[in-house]
Write a protein that binds this ligand. Structure first.
Ligand code: ADP
Length: 170
């Protein structure tokens, strides 16, 4: 089941919250800032351990940590692409960010997962194209497995919410 919510991803209870992180895994602005602020220092502590082990997280890949004080068990940190001109593999990298987050969630027996609108803030990915990629990747993935039961797209801004709605109704 796919759901659409307008709001703050840190307030919604799920098994795993996806974070639109950056490669350093050391926190940033936007949704990343909100997740670390509300989740508390345990998330950054786990991120630092991952950094020590593998030196951060590449674009399109995903890593998993505790969710600290958030109403979730895990945070899955993925790194979306920075939009340049659309000819630098951005679409495929965004697809991979969603796909690898879902794969890691399923591996950890996550039944419910929430996604922010990865790359559509500071990273500048056009919202319409990003929504199509997000929805298509999730639809394809969930039909092929039996672990993840519920995927929630959490739109913080009205524009993203308005872009998602008609695509999800198709
Ligand atoms: P990126 O660097 O991947 O673009 P941003 O955090 O700048 O990441 O933006 C990604 C999306 O997250 C944007 O659409 C922004 O509106 C949204 N966002 C910001 N804060 C929150 C929040 N607390 N909950 C859900 N989404 C958020």
């Amino acid at each position: 089941m796919i759901e659409l919510i307008k709001g703050d991803i840190t307030k919604i209870a799920v098994d795993a919250i996806v974070n639109a992180a950056n490669s350093s895994l050391l926190g940033g602005g936007g949704v990343d800032g909100a997740i670390h602020r509300d989740g508390g220092p345990a998330i950054l502590e786990d991120c630092r351990k991952i950094r020590a082990r593998q030196g951060g997280c590449k674009t399109g890949e995903a890593v998993i940590t505790t969710a600290g004080n958030l109403p979730a068990q895990y945070v899955i940190h993925t790194v979306g692409p920075v939009w340049q001109n659309g000819q630098q593999g951005e679409k495929e990298l965004l697809r991979q960010a969603y796909y690898n987050s879902l794969k890691l969630a399923a591996k950890n027996n996550v039944l419910s997962i929430s996604f922010p609108n990865i790359s559509t803030g500071i990273y500048g990915f056009p919202k319409g194209q990003a929504a199509s990629i997000a929805i298509q990747t999730v639809r394809e993935f969930i039909t092929k497995q039996a672990i993840i039961q519920r995927v929630i797209f959490v739109c913080f801004d009205e524009e993203n919410h308005a872009v998602y709605q008609p695509i999800l109704e198709e």
